[in-house]
Design a protein around this ligand. Sequence first.
Ligand SMILES: [Zn+2]
Length: 620
Amino acid sequence: MRIPEQKIEEIRSSANIVDIISGYVQLKKRGKNFIGLCPFHQEKTPSFTVSDDKQIYHCFGCGNGGNVFKFLMEFKNISFVEAVEEVADYLGIKIQYDKEVYNERQSELEEYYEINLLAARFFSDCLLKSNEGEEAREYLKRREIKPSTQRIFGLGYAPYSWNNFLLHARENKIDLNKAKTLGLIDINDKGEYYDKFRQRVIFPIFSPNGRVIAFGGRTLENRDDVAKYLNSPESPIYSKRKSLYGLFQSKDEIRKLDRAILVEGYLDLISLYQAGVKNVVASSGTSLTEEQVQLLSRFTKNIVILFDADPAGQKASLRSIEILLKQNFDVKVITLPQGEDPDSFINKFGKEKFDEFLYSAQNFIEYQTAQFEKQGMFEDPTLTAQAIRELVRSLSLLEDELKRSILLKSISKKFGLREKLIETELNTFLDQQKQRTQAGKNVASKNVKLTPDLSAINLIVSENNFEKEIVRLLYSGNEEIVGHIIDRIAPELFSNPKLKKLAEIAYDGFNEHKFSPAYLIDKIQDEELRNFIFKLTLVDETISKKWDELSYNGKIEKDSLEYTVATVTNFLVNQIENQIKRNNQIIAESKDERLHLELLKQNKELQEEKKSLLNQIQKR
Ligand SMILES: [Zn+2]
């Protein structure tokens, strides 16, 4: 028998873990937490810790830990359902097992899907049938998108008006609050709803199985103060990091050809598809995320990256390559002729020419080499060394040893270097990676110690205390704090893979309005990471000395919003400073004047950004 997830949440959040555990273990208050002798292992000094505000427990001696249900399961040797029932009983909460309640969460999601479907149909009707739609029809005609293709991708139009969709939504009696969550409407200062998408061509974003999960809208206004693209926000049914535009339409072809072509924009994808190149997905302008790559790997492990020739496109493709390599993709890259994007290219030259281009795709080493060549790196010995090192680093990301050795040979040939030399370099990178993984494992093995060992935590994250502090705050259980962080820090910004994983779990939880540590701790599969979070959230000591120096002399509450704002700022400032440092290092090592100027300019911009961040915090 299953208990509805919402009910489980209700029971968990109504129970107080301190009350329940007190029934079995004698607890004493120490600082913010309660401690006692661990019931799971023999000990004379208490290392069993229970947190009232986090609603979790953890023994620093034997490593046992979790939420209230986990405690009862372990202590009484009962199942999860029995533990939930016992807590419910204690609280006097009745559990209904009937089907309707069980599906509550599912039906709530259904409602979101319904609203998006209604909106997609509305936009599509506006494009195909309305008078105002003429402007959009003209636009798509200019871009050479046929009506049949428009239908395949469900394109639409949001007319210029503040309440067109709103009226339609009201007529259909949909939950306006939910429509707001989906980003279709918003609310103004006077408390009135208004349409978010106005005078825009609409590109619905589908889940792999064809449900409308979000929208992208391209403006038809020629105004600088209007964003060219407007996209739906994250919602209970949409996570940008996890969806790939076009996958629903292209997945069969991708599977059939066992290869995907990756482009940047909606129209790039649609134009290629229309021209018969149907195994294509779009990253929507940013570099790929790990989750997107994971999703794609269900269909193929071969990818050709086709990005614009502009610097932004190049940068995005370099970042994407790294993520793809880490997940063992076979990566090739095509650079289009200067001034062309996939959309313009296919319209000008057709599919045959495009296939030729596809055939000439470079492997990622060739591509990176060409990039470095373009930047003039091989005209300077120091930079050449740097470039080769960068290539070898990419190589080290490959897990396939055979592939590595083939590419190693090609690098050695290309630069006339002895293979042995490159191999040594490669091994250095591989060792570094191993050490990084090892450092993480050390934390787990140190769990047997009886006192919390901070050095173990510091071992895996010594290079970035702010990052660690941000993660601690993400597990603070405070909605405002977690929201503030999520609004300002993209998960990609976390450099430590373990911290990043933990951040992502918190971000995912937040999408479903769940942020209590007692909930999140169950979502962490990796035991080592779970233990890390226990330590981070339960140990009441100053973790980051450096932070305290930079903050207001430790005067503010560590779990307050004020502290969070300062920590987030410090985190971002720290990122900027590191970038400036890296730039300066290159400047010191290189003789390329053009590069100097470019980096100096970049540094100046970074300084400005830093200043504005620090100003904002002072104003508060
Ligand atoms: Zn214990």
